[in-house]
Every structure is written in structure tokens, then in C-alpha cells.
Design a protein around this ligand. Structure first.
Ligand code: SF4
Ligand code: SF4
Length: 417
């Protein structure tokens, strides 16, 4: 992975035009120059020029959602999210990570048997820490907890976890495939919190005639660690995933998580391509990755049986990691046409929901404030259901709608097929 000093030329291409100011969700919420790409690049340049930058520097770098809106609009194509990731890595290399963050990342991303046991006990004890939300399917924290925050709506943990279910375990040793050998990359959001998306993915793929395998031993995609600046943990989990999937010789690897998809397609190359012997392996692995909506529309030509549009109105939220980083926006909308819902677009569907870049954990108040505009736009659309294609966005949107008293259901596109 490139070091921060290697981005100096990119940073110097910034002509301070300010185009990025008009699209940045953090600037829009905080209204300070330090919270847009131009301000952040100025700070990083100052650091590279030898200025000692303390906690405030770290705060501005940490409070970027890595949404990519600045990159998409920048006339000089400066990839600020990539530069921010490198700045976080540099900071961690110099100062280290807090012990609690290191422990949490290690436990959740590389689960040892003991961690799995502890997670299961915590799942059973959830009523001690959470109460049921009155109108939603989810839990409200009773008090402020690490990574959760006071009053945050979170999904009830999966019980059992998706990868531990007997019928999913059975799919790890599939003998026969159709014309394409397809594997499913699950990701943490589906495994620990929203297993119904995984179940729907398997169901829809099978309905479309695709026999899918679900390899055991797969782990987190690594983006939470990288977002926190922990490059070494990210490298380990990424390499582990490549090893697990290589054993199968899949033609395609499908994911139902926009963030995992972007990470597997693009970030793996960024992090691993300079590691000894990894360049070709990571290229081959990344070339097989497909978002489930992309796969169903572009390669399978998915069609549902004709149904009355009588279930209500659905709108669609574009995950940043799907639309901006993977260029996928038409496919999920095409699939929604196959659902029994009438489609109605919302204003600014690709405005960041506020979850990304770890902001939801480092500054929950900012994260949920960013989501306020999204909740307003959903409310104005008059939709009964919000569909999207990222488990992270689903968790954030459910919480945001709860905070702003908008009674719309939030689901993944595949759950409506
Ligand atoms: S849009 Fe690009 S060139 Fe213009 S200020 Fe922002 S980062 Fe700099
Ligand atoms: S990635 Fe998003 S939040 Fe970060 S500076 Fe760019 S527009 Fe702002």
C-alpha cells in the first residue's frame, strides 16, 4: 500500500476550486472548511511539510465518511478517500491504536473460538443491555455502550450467525454446479446482524438457476480495520479470504454488501498488490467479484413472474460504495421493477447515509446528523419501503428513520424478489 508521502503530487493537484465543498456530507453538516476534501488535503499537506498535528488533525481525518462524493466531482480527479485512508494508516503507524480498538477489531474480524463463544453469550444476554424498539424490528441500547451509543437502534444479533446455520454449512461442500461455479462472500453485516439478506440471496440465486456455495472459514473483508488505520489486520484478513476462495476455483464470487464488493474488487488490490507473490492472485480474485444486483441483471438476466404492483411504494437509496465506487445504479432499480412494489425515486438518492469511514463509531452524533437529510428525503418520497444494497446502510437508515420518526421499512433489494 502506498505511503502518505507518495500522495504528495496528487495533493498538489488541488487547485482549491471548492467544487468538493458543495457535495461533502460532513461539510454540509458541520459547516467548517476542515470538514471537506479541500480542507482535509490542506491539513495533510501541512503534515507532510513537517507541521506537528495533534488530536484536532486526527479528528478531521477520522470524521470523513469516505463517501467518494468529492472524488466524483473533483475536476482534477483527486482520490481524497484513498489519501485519507493512507493518512489514517500513517497516524496509526506513528501513534498506535487505542487498546480497546485493537482488541475489538481483532476479536470481530478474526474470530477465534473463544470470541465466537463470547459473542454467543452476549447474544443470549442482549435483554440486559437492550430493550425492544416500539415500532421497528430492532433493539435500543439501554445506556451508552462501546460502539453502540446511547439510544441507538441496532438489529438484534443473528442467532445463530448466518455462517453457523446447518443448511448454510451444508453449502460449503457443494459437489454439483450449473454452468457457472458461484461462491457467496457473506461479510460481517449479514453474518452477525442481518442473516435474512443472506437467506434471500441464496433463495433468489437458486430461483434463477444458480447453484451457489458458501465457503466456511471466510472472514471480514477488512475495511473496518483499514478505515481505522490498522493496515496489518486488514492485510491478514484479506489474504485469508483469498486463500479460502482460491481453494474452490469459482467463476464468480457474489456479495450482497456494497462495501464488501468495493473492498474485494478495488481495496484488496490497493492493499495487497505490492506484497510478495500477491499481484496476480489478487487481480484474479478481484476480477471474479460481482455485486448480487450486477450479477442477477447483467449475467443472469433475472426475471420474476408477473405480479400486481399492489404491495405499496418502494424507493431506493444508492450506497456510496455501489454507485460511486462500482458504477452500479441501474441494476438494483431494474430488479425493483420485478418486485410487487411500485417504484418512486427520492431526492438525492446517492447522498451518504453517514455510516461510512467508521464515523458512526468515532462520532455517532455527526453520523446520525448526516443521516437526517436522508430521512427527510425518504419521508418526502412517501414510500412505505426503502430498498438498498448494503447491510451497513440498512443498519444506519433504520436508526435514522427511528430518530426522525419516519415509519418506512428498510430492506435489501433481494428481500423483495
Ligand atoms: S474539487 Fe478537487 S481540486 Fe477542487 S478544491 Fe476539491 S479537491 Fe481541490
Ligand atoms: S469522502 Fe465524502 S466525507 Fe470525505 S471529504 Fe470526500 S465528500 Fe467529504
Amino acid at each position: 500500500m502506498k505511503e502518505l508521502k507518495d500522495y504528495r503530487e496528487d495533493i498538489e493537484r488541488c487547485v482549491r476550486c471548492g467544487t468538493c465543498r458543495s457535495v461533502c456530507p460532513t461539510l454540509d453538516t458541520v459547516r467548517r472548511e476542515s470538514h471537506c476534501a479541500r480542507g482535509r488535503l490542506t491539513l495533510i499537506e501541512a503534515y507532510l511539510n513537517g507541521e506537528e498535528l495533534g488530536e484536532r488533525y486526527l479528528k478531521y481525518i477520522k470524521e470523513c465518511t469516505l463517501c467518494g462524493a468529492c472524488y466524483s466531482s473533483c475536476p482534477n480527479e483527486i482520490d481524497t478517500p484513498e489519501i485519507i485512508l493512507s493518512a489514517r494508516a500513517e497516524y496509526v503507524k506513528r501513534k498506535g491504536l487505542p487498546a480497546l480498538t485493537t482488541f475489538t477489531l481483532k476479536s470481530l474480524l478474526e474470530p477465534a473460538p473463544l470470541t465466537k463463544f463470547a459473542l454467543k453469550v452476549a447474544t443470549k444476554l442482549k435483554n440486559l443491555f437492550f430493550k425492544n424498539a416500539p415500532f421497528e424490528s430492532g433493539l435500543l441500547s439501554r445506556f451508552s455502550l462501546p460502539l453502540v451509543g446511547d439510544g441507538r437502534l441496532v438489529p438484534a444479533p443473528a442467532d445463530p450467525f448466518f455462517l453457523d446455520r446447518a443448511h448454510i454449512r451444508a453449502l460449503s461442500t457443494r459437489e454439483d454446479y450449473g454452468s457457472l461455479k458461484v461462491g457467496f462472500f457473506v461479510g460481517c453485516g449479514i453474518n452477525y446482524l442481518l442473516p435474512s439478506i443472506g437467506e434471500s440471496t441464496i433463495r433468489v440465486l437458486e430461483k434463477a438457476g444458480i447453484d451457489v456455495a458458501v465457503p466456511q472459514g471466510q472472514v471480514c473483508c477488512g475495511i473496518p480495520a483499514l478505515s481505522m488505520g490498522d493496515v496489518e489486520t486488514a492485510k491478514r484478513v484479506m489474504t485469508r479470504n483469498i486463500e479460502v476462495f482460491e481453494r474452490y476455483g469459482f467463476d464468480r464470487i457474489v456479495t450482497s454488501c456494497a462495501t464488501c464488493g468495493h473492498t474485494l474488487k478495488d481495496v484488496f488490490k490497493l492493499v495487497l498488490q505490492d506484497e510478495p507473490g500477491m499481484k496476480e492472485r489478487v487481480e484474479e480474485f478481484a476480477g471474479k467479484i460481482r455485486d448480487v444486483t450486477e450479477f442477477l441483471v447483467d449475467e443472469v438476466g433475472y426475471r420474476a413472474e408477473k405480479r400486481e404492483k399492489s404491495a405499496g411504494v418502494v424507493t431506493y437509496h444508492d450506497p456510496c460504495h455501489l454507485r460511486r465506487f462500482q458504477g452500479i445504479s441501474e441494476q438494483p432499480r431494474r430488479l425493483l421493477e420485478e418486485s410487487p412494489y411500485e417504484f418512486r425515486g427520492m431526492k438525492n438518492p446517492c447522498r451518504c447515509c453517514g455510516l461510512g469511514g467508521g464515523v458512526s463509531f468515532t462520532n455517532y452524533e455527526l453520523s446520525i446528523k448526516i443521516a437526517e437529510r436522508k430521512a427527510e428525503n425518504i419521508k418526502k418520497s412517501g414510500a412505505d419501503v426503502v430498498a438498498t444494497a448494503c447491510p451497513g446502510c440498512i443498519v444506519q437508515l433504520k436508526d435514522a428513520l427511528h430518530h426522525h420518526d419516519v415509519r418506512a421499512k428498510v430492506v435489501h433489494v433481494v428481500e423483495l424478489l
